[in-house]
Structure formats: C-alpha cells, structure tokens
Design a protein around this ligand. Sequence first.
Ligand SMILES: Nc1ncnc2c1ncn2[C@@H]1O[C@H](COP(=O)(O)OP(=O)(O)OP(=O)(O)O)[C@@H](O)[C@H]1O
Ligand SMILES: [Mg+2]
Length: 321
Amino acid sequence: MSLLHVHDLYVEYETPAGPARAVNGVSLDLDRGEFLAIVGESGCGKSTLLFAIAQLLSYPARMTGGVVQFDGLDLTALKPEELRRHRWRDVSVVMQSAMNALNPTLSIGAQLADVCRAHTEWDDRQIADRSAEVLSMVSIDPAHLKSYPFQLSGGMRQRAMIAMALLLEPKLVIMDEPTSALDVVAQRSLMRQIHALRERLGFSVLFVTHDMSVVSHFSDRLAVMYAGEVVELGSTRAVFDDPQHPYSVGLMDAFPSLLGDLKPLTGIPGNPPSLVEPPPGCLFAPRCPNATDACRTTRPELLSDDSRSVRCHLVHPLEVP
Ligand SMILES: Nc1ncnc2c1ncn2[C@@H]1O[C@H](COP(=O)(O)OP(=O)(O)OP(=O)(O)O)[C@@H](O)[C@H]1O
Ligand SMILES: [Mg+2]
C-alpha cells in the first residue's frame, strides 16, 4: 500500500466569473521513502494540489471530489482536531510562503517547543535537545533557539520551517518551493541535507519546484502538471530522457543545460487556458503543435504504459470503435 494515495482529486476556487477548476482530476501515489517532484508553469495548480492533500484549503478554494488517503487513512473524513493530531507528527508541510509562516511574537525555540508539547510527552530537556538537533540539521546554530523570526534572514527562516517540519520525524514531508528564498549555493546545500536526512530517516517527500536541476538530482519520480491536470508521471530519469507529452517536451527543451534558469517556453507559444471556461478537449490542444481533431474535442485520460503515465491522444490514440 502506498503511503499517500491521491485519486481523482478536484479543487475549485469560487470566482466572480464562476468556479475555476485549479486541480482537475489528479491521481498520484507516493511510496514510503520516495521523493516525488511536481513541476509545471506558474498557475498550473501545484500549490493548490499540495494544500488539498494536506487538507489545508480554505475559502474560496474547495475540494469538490476525490480521495486523499495517507497510510490507509481517509484524510478527507477527519475532523479538524483529528487532522491536527496528524499534522507535524505524521505529515508536515513547508509552504511556499514558509518564510512568513513563523509566529513573529515567539522565539524559534518556543515555536518548536509548542509543536513538541502538542504531540509528545517529552520533558523540557528532551524538547531542548531535539530542538537544537533539528536546527543543527538545517545548519542553523542552536543559539538561535532564542532568536525571534525577525532576527533571522529569509533563508534562515525558511530553514527553521524545514527544521520544524522534521522535528517529529514525520512519514511524509510536503514542500512547496522550500528553497526559493536561498541563493544557489545555500539551495544546493539544503537539498543535500534533505536528501541525506531522507536516506537516514526514510520519510517520503512531495516537492514542488521550478528548479529542474533540483528535480534531476533529487527526485525519484516526476509529475508534470498543466492547467490543473497531471499530464505526465514517471521516473525522473525516464521523463528527462524521453518526455512523451508535448508539454513535457517543451518544458525539457526550456532547460538545455539543467543548470541554467528557465528560458521562455519557445517551443510552446501561447498561454494556459481559462480554468473557468476550459476548452472542450485536451487542455493543452490550443498550444499543441501536433493537435488533431480528436485532441480538440475529447479530453484525454491519464493512461499508463509500464511505469509511465501520459495524458495525450498522440501517445495513447483513441480507440476507434
Ligand atoms: N484565491 C484564489 N481565487 C481564485 N483563483 C485562485 C486563487 N488562488 C489561486 N487561484 C488560481 O488557481 C490556479 C492555481 O494556482 P496555484 O497557486 O495552485 O498555482 P501554482 O502552480 O502553485 O503556481 P506558482 O508556480 O506560481 O506557485 C491559478 O490559475 C490561480 O489563478
Ligand atoms: Mg505555488
């Protein structure tokens, strides 16, 4: 059984123009100890998907369908206080705005202690020891347990959030661009630390990033999202070496060196579709260089071949009756 099982998940934002479907039938599984990266251009629903998985959506977002199972437990059926019991202890979340997620009125040590007291029977000594340990893990001097968030740099605040996420050794760590406030050297070093900790502690990681070099170095599997859908999912190596969805092909072409920044998606001109009034067929068809009539009229399903899943009529032609 996978640690995380997401099936046919839908999330809508209520907007003046009508519901905007930001997550559109997403299914994915994450094994124990596995690192799954999610990529896709801005606005394709990555953060919304992570919020939905962590059951952290709030108005105007609403989950309108689907299954989220963690370790066999249906998270969508849990009451808020039951969810709180699992948060930090079993599943922890480092969100895109993590830099600002710390409480400005409490020291870092007090915030780590609060999480420990809510979930463990540890005494003050044990809490202090563990708090110092997790700060060291992310290369922050434990002297900063006494510091307040405003006394730390943006990168240190982000690392403090990651320390908090690892505090109780959860089974799943969900991270949304956790290294975005760091310079390239600090990013690399933090990713290496996360990687080493994962080897040692065996937790699973669900990771959103725009940095394809992070993806290629650290993720086992890769999900490519477009307009709220997963369009391709497979082992990172296979998707890099042989992307099959036309959008993944364009995305890979945008990273010629792996080390450079994202170039404009020259291979795929145009913009993502409206999430309020999406086109009838494949959501990528209006931008796809190879779209056929079937692509413009019939929504493709995410179909698997060996261990690769692709949502594209060109890869998995429609069966003509
Ligand atoms: N509060 C909101 N109300 C209406 N629509 C929203 C709201 N928040 C997000 N959306 C829409 O939902 C879609 C998905 O947004 P989301 O933040 O999940 O994308 P993302 O892939 O995380 O983007 P980024 O890479 O920029 O972080 C976007 O098209 C966005 O416009
Ligand atoms: Mg986001």
